[in-house]
Design a protein around this ligand. Sequence first.
Ligand code: ZN
Length: 209
Amino acid sequence: MKIEIKKDFVPSKIVCVGRNYADHAAELGNEVPKEPLLFLKAPSAVVFDGKEIVKPKYSDQVEHEGELGIVISQTCKDLADGANVKDYILGYTCLNDVTARDLQRKDGQFARAKSFDTFCPIGPHIESELDVADIRVIVRVNGVVKQDGRTSQMVFPVDFLIRYISNMMTLNPGDVIATGTPSGVSKLSSGDVCEVEIEGIGVLTNKVT
Ligand code: ZN
């Protein structure tokens, strides 16, 4: 079922998983982590389908990261190993974890590089009925395919991630989890149209200015 994302939707947090696809970790010269590498994006970075990604003047290397996003349905804390996570998932959406790669490298941590306004496009809606074990995640820039992966390539799968994160911090209704990106990240320029397409969900389209 398609659930509309309301215009006033603001998650209390966006929890991201770094290096969750081995080929993407390798393209940035990183090892695959032994446990999920978590970081946060500011909720104020959220924009919706059709809105613009605004390149900040502080970065010369803004890149797309197409990802499967999970939206949480109810308060979720300290889930045990093997606990059923379905009751805690409202649904899934396309997410673009837009990143100022130069600042990520320079700062040695991710807060600034990941959290400029407009750096978290989500949408076009939330899909509640979806088997996400092995679905395709594609990113196109100006119609050219840049990223093309499958969720079955995740180092840590969706169920594991939700249980793991719930033991690190309470997940609130509406919180968003970004599950990591496959290889093929590339630089965005002003005027580019970036599309994140996930099989069974749809296409999230944002122009860069
Ligand atoms: Zn990411």
